[in-house]
Design a protein around this ligand. Structure first.
Ligand code: SAH
Length: 461
């Protein structure tokens, strides 16, 4: 049993699901942020429970053989990256094991068919989107950057090594403008102050840039002048305001007010062009997204005659990929702006066999199944982190598509949902993790399930 402030020497043995090091000392488990498996380190206990505790890495006595020099000097302070000090090859191995572990322990699959992670060629500067919070530092100066891990204190940084190089110039223009015009920034404690966040997005294929300022109000003083300066950045296409007057930690409100240029940018993945609005979801790593969607398309096994449902479809990215090879694709998405983007994306690409419904997947699908008796040969789902609602999973089981392709950004909820689908008649065929989030503990996964009626018949041959 250890006490707070004790300093102990331990060997880090494992890495937890959030990228934290895990060590054991006399049967006691210690979670050590920034500790890597193989490190021998002095750790100071910062929180001690009966059987486990949390420690801070004080000094590395013997570094792990997989330790590398991180590119960002702020990587330990900033909550954005968790495993930048781990070699990229080991990051991929860690992610494969994480997916396998979840499928085993949460999903109950003794030997899940997990393939090696599809890695990135260049695991830096890959993000096309970032949301920068604005606040003040301890000297009262206005800063922007990223939240420190598990808190809302801002680590000042305008040049994140995961983001587009243009972010720095854009943020510095905004910071200088705030200073010059004495424009206030939002204070979460008091609910006062104007500028909350800046959302910056870049179409990697088109070079188009979008800046959306999230404000606690309905206007921004000198917005035209600021737009002039922002439009001096090559590629700038869209400057908008987003109204968020609520005292909440949800970043964006629901209303977009145009300032200059279009209210969307364009980008492309594979052969399909996409229109992206500030409120729409769009994968943050476009290079890996192409590999992800190609895997989903391969798993869907389309021949041109199939009816496909794409649930949680966002701006129709996967739907339009699938529509090239299916007879008909139906997409379901809850965010109205995203549905609007999806419809115009279909039109823009001359795709006539994709149709989109606005609403919750767990409501739209059961309703359409009960009232209209809709059917599906293939269902693709790509839910947010919390996974699929049980009402959605139950309807999928009733619809009995031949194949289900599950795209997931959280392998724990994925495993939970796969357990339900496999108990309901599906077989886990293949699991392909794709690294969309290098330097972080996150991993994206595409899974193929087939209905037992199909796999029994194929087993006869
Ligand atoms: N398949 C898309 C989007 C995936 S992100 C792509 O690859 O780009 C998940 C999407 O699910 C988001 O667009 C989010 O708005 C949407 N969403 C969240 N909850 C939902 C629900 N209950 N029903 C339908 N869509 C939902």
């Amino acid at each position: 049993m250890f006490q707070k402030n004790d300093v102990v020497t331990v060997r880090i043995e494992h890495m937890g699901n959030n990228g934290e090091g895990i060590a054991r000392a006399d049967g006691y488990t210690l979670f050590v942020k920034d500790g890597l498996p193989g490190d021998l380190a002095e750790v100071k206990i910062v929180k001690a429970k009966k059987q486990y505790g949390y420690g801070r890495l004080m000094r590395i006595l013997e570094p792990s053989e997989n330790r590398v020099e991180p590119r960002c000097p702020l990587h330990q302070k900033c909550g954005g990256c968790q495993i930048q000090a781990l070699s990229y090859k080991e990051q991929l191995r860690y992610k494969e094991e994480k997916v396998r572990g979840h499928l085993k322990h949460i999903g109950g699959f003794p030997e899940p068919p997990v393939l090696p992670v599809i890695g990135m060629e260049e695991p830096f500067r890959y993000r096309n989107k970032a949301q920068f919070p604005f606040g003040t530092d301890k000297d009262g100066r206005i800063v922007t950057g990223f939240y420190a891990g598990r808190t809302h204190s801002i680590v000042a940084n305008t040049d994140c090594v995961l983001g587009a190089p243009e972010n720095k110039e854009i943020l510095e223009i905004i910071l200088a403008f705030l200073e010059e015009r004495k424009i206030s920034v939002y204070d979460e404690k008091t609910g006062k102050g104007l500028l909350r966040h800046a959302l910056i997005r870049k179409g990697f294929r088109t070079g188009e840039l979008m800046v959306c300022l999230v404000v606690n109000g309905r206007s921004f003083p000198g917005a035209d002048e600021l737009a002039d300066r922002l439009f001096a950045v090559p590629g700038m296409t869209s400057v908008t305001l987003n109204v968020n007057e609520k005292n909440t930690n949800v970043i964006m409100g629901t209303e977009i007010l145009p300032v200059r240029g279009r209210t969307h940018i364009m980008d492309a993945i594979g052969p399909i062009r996409y229109r992206i609005s500030p409120l729409s979801f769009y994968q943050v790593n476009p290079v890996q997204t192409e590999k992800l969607y190609q895997t989903a398309l391969d798993y869907a096994g389309l021949t041109g005659t199939e009816t496909v449902w794409d649930l949680y479809c966002g701006i129709g990215t996967i739907s339009l990929f699938l529509a090239q090879k299916a007879e008909k694709v139906y997409g379901v998405e809850v965010i109205p702006d995203a549905v609007r983007d999806a419809r115009s994306n279909a039109e823009l690409n001359g795709i006539a066999n994709a149709e989109f419904y606005e609403g919750r997947a767990e409501e739209v699908l059961p309703e359409m199944y009960e009232k209209k008796g809709i059917r599906a040969d293939v269902i693709v789902v790509d839910p947010p982190r919390k996974g699929c609602d049980t009402a959605c999973l139950e309807t999928m089981l009733l619809m009995k598509p031949e194949r289900i392709v599950y795209v997931s950004c959280d392998s724990a909820t994925l495993a939970r949902d796969l357990k339900i689908l496999c108990a309901g008649g599906y077989k886990l065929e293949q699991v392909q993790p794709v690294d969309m989030f290098g330097q972080t503990s996150g991993v994206e996964t595409v899974v193929l399930l087939s209905h037992k009626s199909t796999w029994k018949s194929t087993m006869l041959f």
